[in-house]
Design a protein around this ligand. Sequence first.
Ligand code: UT7
Length: 316
Amino acid sequence: MTYAAITGWGKCMPPAVLTNADLATFLDTNDEWITSRTGIKERRISHVPLSDLAYVSTMRALACAGLDPADVELIVFGCCSYDDQVPNQASGLQAQLGAKKAASMDVNTACTSFLYSLSTAAALIRTGVVKNAVVVGGEIITAYMDWKNRGVAVLFGDGCASVVLQATDKEEGLLAEKLGCDSDARSTLVVEGMGCRYANQGRILGHTNWIFEGPEIFKRAVLGMSGACADVLEKRHLTADQIDLVIPHQANLRIIDATAKRLDMPMDRVIVTVDRHGNTSSGSVPLALDEAVRSGRVQRGQLVLLEAFGGGFTWG
Ligand code: UT7
């Protein structure tokens, strides 16, 4: 049987930092509210296109794996804030890398785009379609932010991370996944202005209006992620105490905490980066994974549980 091992990882964070105090200079908000409701202290704002962040994070991941860009067979780019809709984000990365042999596709499931991309790439490796893949999760969501809306402007930030997957006979890498979508409540998270539905309405491109019902999203996030985690544990006949580390979507510290409680997982086994990154959408899980590996929190042979939720509502 063929498995998909994670053999490389890399990230690229834009250098410009936007703190809670900075936000309070133009929004009716304050550090105390943002910190106590979300755990976020600061986030990054990119001055370059997403393709540049992705090029750097992917070159780092390829160097880590010892894989030549010319030998990459597949690029799956998870995001919803593309530089361009056509041509797609993955083909731009293929060009920058010189990865001429790589099939190149984008996957958009909002904040879960990285997990959906990881699962897609792993499936194509397991079935022998390709032998390796680059999987990217990255976003410049601040380009679509409504900076007058304090309910959302304080939550999000930019960033990008990549992993390399390679085929192996050893039972390692991605062992089980559960993906799902709860579309009943999809109208509670809508970025109006992102999409051709808004054409010919006299709108200025990038001027968005966010419909964002925070408490409803919060509730569904906890249920979606804890349900998906329980499902993969059951698939592998594991209990929560056998999991070495949880790497959750970094949207809100209270969501991370509530999901951990439902899983009976102590917070010292949960990676938290939301304080420094905010919610980077599809960048969130691979950025936290990269930090966890680099800081030594992930060791060879450990069991790691990744969880995310996003607009749609998608979860995994
Ligand atoms: O990746 C998917 C993304 N989605 C999410 O992660 C969002 C999930 N939801 C959440 O994280 C939380 O619901 C929020 C952080 C968005 C909001 O926290 P909450 O505890 O659910 O607050 P709330 O929406 O119930 O708002 C409480 C109050 C309101 O004032 P009133 O009506 O009670 O007077 C808001 O107007 O807080 C006010 N408020 C703010 N005050 C200061 C909302 N945003 C701010 C702000 N600064 N930035």
